[in-house]
Design a protein around this ligand. Structure first.
Ligand SMILES: [Zn+2]
Length: 433
């Protein structure tokens, strides 16, 4: 433990959140016998966690999380050491990986698939992305983030993948895994639009629909390789129709209604026709990309970044076509929305302005698109809050309920929001990257 302590205090980046917190109140850390500002001494358990303040508890939670990340790196080291032993005997890397896989299955009682995934991650991190392994070791990212980075950069040449890691690692802990995936996708599209286009084309050629029986006797239907713009439209139509069905007397959940409508569509009935408003989907695109001057990634609201062709294709087919209405938000160089080009209902202008400014729910890490959110008054209307764009923010239904259960939020000049929880903790969140 002492060695680990020394390791962590030497290696954890000084800009880390934990160190910042430690600088603010080192005496508090001392009181609770945490040997290092960077992680708690979990060897001297049990400690009465109930006696900690909310701040101390959160710091402890982060410290323990950091320790787990460190040990995850040690496990990957050990797994690769087994591969090395086999390689010494067999010479061949493929045979060594097979041998080590069998060892892991026997030693840790893993399925073949689990052992295979363990080793794949261990190998990628050690051989291809050592900076990610070191970030895991220092606890600045966790295993889930390391796995996302490893998987999402597999299609890149090694040098490109390493370059991407150098950019993303310093900011990865400030993103959820969903945001991290979107960040990497966008970055890949923008760095090599041709490769992104080729991968898209390739994936389209292996599109298909697959059905399987689940353990409980129900069936699961999966379609892959579909056009993302069509899927966004379809999902919005399902959701809108489900909203229309969901009256006070309706016992089914929205998910259940969506599944029922989908089943009907498979058998030739389409309840979405005439019942829902037109599906409205948002596309965020830069003017230069819309004009075909470059191939920056475009954003399908609530879905993530996709190749530019999708956005231009939708524009070419017409903003209102068939069951869909597309709304374009043009972004300036810094990525901020400058204008919404089309608006169907002038009465929704205010909502549109807010949606263009805040792309998604403003709760930390939430990516629910603003178009599906409630607009929340910063100061309640009943307390004199104005219905003005500066006073309104999008919150998804779930986080809207949370907000009314004791959380509050304040805007910051840079567009971020500071949330205060019912137990007095604050969390400042950047705009979704
Ligand atoms: Zn939310």
């Amino acid at each position: 433990m002492r060695m680990l302590n020394r390791y962590l205090s030497q290696n954890i980046a000084s800009e880390s959140l934990l160190d910042e917190e430690a600088k603010e109140s080192p005496e508090r850390l001392g009181e609770h016998s945490w040997p290092s500002p960077s992680f708690p001494d979990v060897s001297s358990e049990p400690e009465d966690l109930g006696s900690l303040t909310p701040e101390e508890l959160i710091r402890r939670l982060r410290g323990v999380t950091r320790l787990i990340s460190h040990y995850e790196a040690l496990r990957l080291d050990a797994e690769m050491a087994i591969v090395d032993l086999y390689q010494k005997d067999f010479g061949d890397m493929g045979l060594a990986m097979d041998g080590a896989e069998a060892e892991l299955r026997a030693a840790l009682m893993l399925t073949r698939r689990a052992a295979n995934m363990e080793l794949a991650l261990a190998e990628i991190l050690r051989e291809r992305l050592p900076s990610v392994l070191e970030s895991l070791r220092s606890g600045s990212i966790d295993r889930r983030r390391a796995t996302v980075i490893a998987n999402k950069t597999l299609h890149l040449p090694e040098a490109d993948a390493r370059e991407l890691c150098a950019e993303v690692l310093p900011i990865a802990s400030g993103m959820t895994t969903g945001q991290l995936k979107a960040w990497i996708d966008r970055r890949c599209i923008e760095h090599n639009p041709t490769e992104a286009k080729d991968r898209f084309k390739e994936a389209r050629t292996i599109r298909g629909v697959f059905a399987e029986l689940a353990d409980d006797g129900t069936a699961t239907l999966t379609a892959t390789g579909l056009m993302p713009d069509k899927v966004v439209n379809f999902m919005d139509r399902l959701t809108q129709t489900a909203f229309a069905f969901k009256t006070a007397e309706e016992p089914r959940t929205r998910d259940q209604i969506r599944a029922d409508i989908f089943e009907d569509i498979m058998t030739g009935e389409d309840a979405t026709k005439g019942r829902s408003r037109k599906a409205i989907a948002d596309i965020r695109i830069s003017l230069t990309t819309l004009m075909g001057l470059d191939d920056k990634a475009i954003e399908l609201s609530g879905f993530g970044p996709v190749i530019a062709d999708i956005g231009r294709g939708v524009a070419a087919r017409g903003i209102e076509a068939g069951n869909a209405e597309w709304r374009f938000t043009v972004k300036d160089k810094s990525g901020r929305a400058v204008t919404g080009l089309t608006q169907r209902r002038p009465s929704a202008k205010l909502r549109r302005t807010v949606e263009a400014r805040d792309e998604s729910c403003i709760f930390p890490g939430c990516r629910a698109p603003a178009t599906n959110c409630d607009l929340d008054h910063r100061i309640p209307y009943s307390e004199g809050g104005l219905t003005h764009e500066d006073q309104l923010v999008p919150l998804c239904r779930h986080d809207h309920v949370i907000r009314h259960n004791g959380w509050s939020h304040q805007p910051n000049p840079d567009g971020s929001h500071t949330w205060t929880s019912p137990i007095g903790l604050t969390h400042t969140t950047a705009r979704a990257p």
